[in-house]
Design a protein. Structure first.
Lengths: 619, 481
């Protein structure tokens, strides 16, 4: 089977851009580095659009043209699967990722490591594309790890800062812990279903209900997704990951990296749904993550950190939706979130850029509405979308998930209310604090400047998506269900429903009102409670105890390695071995005292020897 | 004759190198030319193995006395390891090119190369043992004469330790010969014929003797403590060969001698061997985390990586054996490259402690790039060679014993925990007072070329290991249970 040209382009364009950039531009003309990358994004974007159109009309492609690891019957291939699921996330990555590339070319202008930035940035993009079009788990793992590698390179981009180095290590390690799950799942899949070669299209039809191996694989894949998609308790790396430049955060939180875990769960849904109790657990973990990090987001002061916790919260919402069986709604939320979160991060980047800093705290902002009005408008639109206000995009996806939660009732319903309230509250708190005012505690810059067209034009298009992408939910569903491998069909994204609209919108409205009271009615409240009740901030800063626990765990591993590697191996065991030579020496010394060299002793020995010989002879 | 040439040519080359100063020739050039010709010879002989056209290349044996026969044979596995040996010898020679060293240094590497070739090719256990012991001599001198401060201690420790192991190996070999003589009345030392009985105390003892004899070389925990010292004190070129080639002969012995000779025992001992390997993986990785000396750290990582080789082989499945064998090559490339780069650093600064460096990237960005790629290959990032070997080994083990495979997966994870912080501390972290004094020059053309030679195979094997697997596969096919 031939491979369509558009599919070849998905890989050929980024790879050749990277090679060209590394070998030709890096040393000579690194300020041109963005051109091959943006060109490659354009090629990938067009290819993705044509692929999406093909898939939309029902043409699913699944080929495995190359053998990767062939050993007799056991083998792993390279291949691509282009169905609704991959086409959707591919389009999101290609479009939003491409726009962020353009934005980054403006944002990073003049950085001494401009070339390195774009190489790593584009590697990130390539890895994510590879991940979504993979047709088997092993190949997916390859790109899954490459996503981790690129995030490591980008989070630690400003490696001169100790915090950036620490954050990049933390991100890589946490993901590595999750990868234990993925790796083990691969091992089980390759051994229990050797004939499937870990290919989705061959594996899923083989699954029988209730098999123990299948549930294990399901749980392990969930562990992997927990780390990559920042679910509780492996979420803590993501807020710290904003140590990288803002475009990196935008790419990582919107299109690549964190969406990979949700994508993995959606891709594996036929498998996960068979594991007993797993979907409910996913929903519960997602709901808890969403509420937990929503609360933390409401207490943060750093703009990017608020957005980072908000991403954790929204990933929780996606997992919540997935766990409730709403695969298509969760995916739709992934897409709308990709747009509004990218927009919010880029707006935060605009603010930081105006301040000439890598990140900004609310103390340094306030009253920015008059100074950078374009950014303020963009931010407001995206904030409405995030809060799920009709008719912004966020409403359509979030409302579908919340609707399912209300239908489930009980804890799910309560979580739904909390989520709707919290997300509106923290984003509008941030909006009011940053753009209105300034309050007496805030010290905004005197003359901030609006970002240039290289930054604001791509941002405009992303905001457009954050506003309007929700109106295409019917088409989205059509695309998503094309080539769906699940045993049961995907659940349709529900249409407009008054009852859930009223419930979720009223909660969001309450959230906005609360944010208004918090920041506008009592303008100093945010500073007062920190001053008067510092213990609350201490608890919130420690993420309710998660951070100290992570630190303790790290220390434990370090101590363990010291005990084994130095105390036991070098100072105890190896010393004992080396001392054996001393024993030999001692033994030799005690024997050598027999050969003292005195004539008298020797004569006695001769006599003894002679006597023994004589005895032998006589016998 | 060609197979004799494989081991004899480097040995003769070593003699030429020693004599070179007498004829006013540059010893290093003589040794390099010999090593390059040897590499060409091996490559030339291997053309038949590509695409599986040739299963093995052997020459008729010549029986000498007591059944000792002079016979050599080469199959895909031997060829791949011979190629690794010849290739890494060239790299090792070139790595110390700029240092002022006597002819003996250059000759030692050629002599070592010849001895290792002999081990990989011999079919007769007598000659196998002779070559096995012959490897010790040049390595002893390399560590003891051209090593760093503590070289004498390390050299003697290396020699005694491995000699101790060799005695067990000799016992095992003699036991096999005697078993064969008892059952057939014929003396033979042919490793393709000799089989141990399925039961009996002596068979158990012989098996254990082989495990210890080969295990010292691999090295298996707890008989591994010579390795960190030997690696730390050896000169860079010595470390490259020690890690890249010499550790491989132990696993090769498992594949060629131990497993075929104990067909029944091999099966029963699977969990044991797998368990030992899993201990190696975790023990090596955790110990590496605590090391503050770059060479010691890499040495412990070798223990962990060789654990994956044994893990795959112990599974006795097609993918496990292939993965374990592939991991031998992978480890030779990645660890060879790591030692090469640490050697470059040592050449410039005469330091190897993690705390002695910091922020090298601003002085040596090219070195940082190469080191980064190699670190990621070593921690098993898919797309580079380490992953393929580890994944196949663990996949084989998962088929036999899932708990052991789980332990192995944890080992894969921990690999990142010791290599990445070390990488950050040396190349990215802040400059320490100790590191400010010496300025580090970035790599010159020779050094970059050497690293490209090592890194390109890492990427090729990572993405397209098929041809190599096809070469190695038939050689280990008969070991699959």
């Amino acid at each position: 089977m031939g491979i369509p040209f558009s599919v070849v382009c998905l890989f050929a364009a980024p790879v050749s851009a990277l090679l060209f950039g590394y070998f030709f531009l890096l040393k000579r003309k690194q300020e041109w580095m963005h051109w091959p990358m943006i060109l490659s994004c354009a090629v990938v974007g067009v290819s993705a659009a044509s692929i999406a159109a093909q898939v939309y009309s029902g043409h699913v492609l699944d080929v495995s043209p190359f053998k990767w690891m062939p050993v007799g019957a056991w083998s792993v291939s390279f291949g691509v699967r282009l169905d609704g699921l991959s086409a959707i996330v591919l389009s999101l990555v290609a479009l939003v990722g491409g726009l962020i590339h353009v934005y980054a070319s403006g944002y990073m202008e003049g950085d001494p490591a401009f070339g390195r930035f774009f190489l790593a940035f584009h590697l990130f993009y390539l890895s994510m594309i590879g991940l979504v079009v993979a047709n088997n788990y092993v190949q997916m793992y390859l790109f899954w790890e490459m996503v981790g590698l690129s995030s490591y390179l980008l989070i630690g981009f400003w490696y001169q800062k100790a915090s950036a180095r620490r954050a990049s290590l933390q991100a890589f390690f946490t993901n590595r812990v999750g990868d234990i799950g993925f790796f083990l799942a691969l091992l089980i899949l390759m051994n229990v279903f050797p004939a499937a070669h870990a290919r989705f299209s061959e594996l899923f039809p083989m699954l029988g209900k209730g098999s123990l191996a299948i549930s294990w694989v399901g749980w392990l894949l969930f562990l992997a997704a927990t780390a990559k998609s920042a679910q509780f308790p492996l979420y803590f790396w993501l807020p710290d990951a904003m140590e990288g430049p803002t475009p990196v955060s935008a790419l990582m939180h919107a299109a690549t990296m964190v969406t990979a875990g949700i994508f993995l769960m959606a891709r594996s849904w036929p498998l996960i749904s068979l594991a007993p109790h797993l979907p409910t657990t996913i929903a519960a973990v997602g709901a808890f993550t969403a509420v937990f990090s929503g609360i933390i987001a409401a207490t943060r002061k750093d703009l990017k950190r608020i957005l980072a916790y908000s991403t954790v919260s929204h990933l929780g919402i996606m997992a919540f939706g997935l766990g409730l069986g709403e695969v298509s709604s969760a995916l739709f939320h992934l897409v709308t979130h990709g747009f509004f979160k990218a927009a919010l991060f880029l707006c935060a980047g605009n603010i930081a850029h105006a301040l000439h800093k890598s990140t900004a705290s609310v103390d340094e902002t306030g009253g920015l509405l008059k100074k950078i009005p374009v950014t303020a408008v963009f931010f407001t639109a995206a904030a409405f979308s995030l809060s799920g206000i009709w008719p912004f995009a966020g409403f359509y996806s979030k409302d579908a998930i919340l609707g399912a939660a209300f239908d489930r009732g009980g804890w799910a319903s309560a979580a739904g209310f909390a989520i709707a309230f919290l997300s509106a509250f923290y984003i509008f708190r941030m909006l009011f604090l940053a753009f209105l005012g300034p309050r007496k505690e805030q010290h905004p810059p005197e003359h901030p400047h609006e970002a240039g067209p290289a930054m604001n034009v791509p941002l405009f298009f992303i905001v457009l998506g954050a506003i309007g992408i929700g109106w295409f939910s019917a088409q989205f569903y059509q695309l998503a269900s094309s080539g769906w491998l699940g045993v049961s069909p995907m659940i349709k994204i529900p249409g407009f429903d008054w009852s859930s609209f009223i419930r979720s919108s009223s909660m969001a409205g309450l959230g906005i009102l609360a944010a208004y009271l918090w920041t506008m009615k009592w303008p100093s409240f945010d500073w007062d409670w920190r001053r008067n009740m510092p213990w609350i901030e201490t608890i919130a800063d420690a993420d309710f105890g998660v951070k100290p626990m992570v630190a303790a765990l790290t220390l434990l591993v370090e101590e363990l390695s010291y005990l084994l590697g130095i105390f036991w191996d070098k100072k105890t065991w190896d010393r004992w071995i080396e001392n054996t030579s001393l024993w030999a020496e001692d033994a030799a010394k005690s024997v050598s005292s027999l050969a003292s060299g005195r004539l008298n002793d020797s004569l006695w020995w001769i006599l003894l020897g002679g006597g023994v010989m004589l005895l032998r002879l006589l016998k | 004759m060609i197979l004799t040439l494989f081991w004899a040519f480097p040995v003769i080359g070593a003699l030429f190198t020693l004599l070179a100063p007498a004829f006013n020739l540059r010893a290093r050039w003589v040794s390099l030319i010999c090593a390059a010709m040897e590499l060409y010879l091996v490559l030339q002989a291997g053309t038949g193995f590509w695409g599986g056209r040739l299963a093995s290349l052997s020459e008729p044996g010549k029986i000498l006395t007591y059944g000792i026969s002079y016979s050599f044979s080469m199959d895909g596995l031997s060829w791949a390891l011979c190629l690794l040996n010849a290739f890494l010898t060239v790299i090792a020679l070139l790595s110390s090119w700029k240092q002022d060293l006597s002819a003996g240094f250059w000759a030692s590497f050629l002599f070592l190369e010849g001895a290792v070739m002999g081990v990989f090719l011999a079919q007769d256990l007598f000659f196998f043992y002779v070559f096995w012991e012959a490897m010790l001599i040049p390595m002893f001198f390399i560590i003891g004469l051209w090593g760093s401060e503590n070289r004498k201690h390390a050299a003697i420790k290396f020699f005694l330790f491995t000699f101790f192991g060799s005695l067990f190996l000799l016992l095992g070999i003699l036991a096999l010969v005697v078993f064969h003589h008892q059952s057939t009345g014929v003396w033979s030392w042919d490793m393709n014929i000799l089989r141990a009985p399925n039961h009996g105390l002596y068979a158990i003892l012989a098996f254990a003797a082989f495990v210890v004899g080969f295990g010292v070389k691999i090295p298996l925990v707890p008989i591994h403590t010579w390795l960190p010292d030997a690696h730390t004190e050896a000169p860079a070129a010595g470390s490259i060969i020690l890690a890249g080639v010499l550790l491989k002969v132990g696993v090769y012995g498992f594949l060629r001698v131990l497993l075929p000779a104990f067909p029944e025992w091999g099966m029963k001992s699977l969990p044991w061997l797998g368990g030992l390997a899993a201990i190696n993986v975790i023990y090596g990785a955790l110990s590496a985390m605590a090391q503050m000396d770059l060479k010691r750290l890499i040495a412990y990582s070798s223990i962990a990586h060789l654990g994956f080789c044994v893990l795959g082989i112990a599974s006795r499945t097609a993918q496990g054996l292939a993965g374990g064998s592939l991991q031998l090559i992978n480890h030779g490339l990645t660890t060879g490259a790591l030692f090469l780069m640490v050697g470059f650093l040592y050449e410039r600064t005469h330091k190897r402690g993690l705390a002695d460096f910091g922020d090298l990237v601003s002085q040596a960005p090219i070195l940082t790039f190469f080191f980064g790629v190699t670190v990621f290959a070593s921690i098993g990032l898919p797309g580079l060679n380490g992953f393929v070997g580890e994944f196949m080994s663990l996949s084989g083990m998962a088929k036999v014993s899932l708990p052991i495979a789980v332990v192995g997966v944890f080992g894969v994870t921990i690999a990142a925990f010791y290599l990445l912080p070390a990488f950050q501390a040396v190349f990215l972290g802040e400059r320490t007072p100790a590191s400010v004094s010496s300025r580090v020059f970035d790599l010159d053309f020779r050094e970059q070329a050497l690293l490209w030679l090592l890194i390109i195979p890492m990427i090729v094997i990572g993405l397209h290991p098929g041809p190599l697997l096809n070469i190695v596969g038939p050689a280990i096919g008969k070991l699959i249970l």
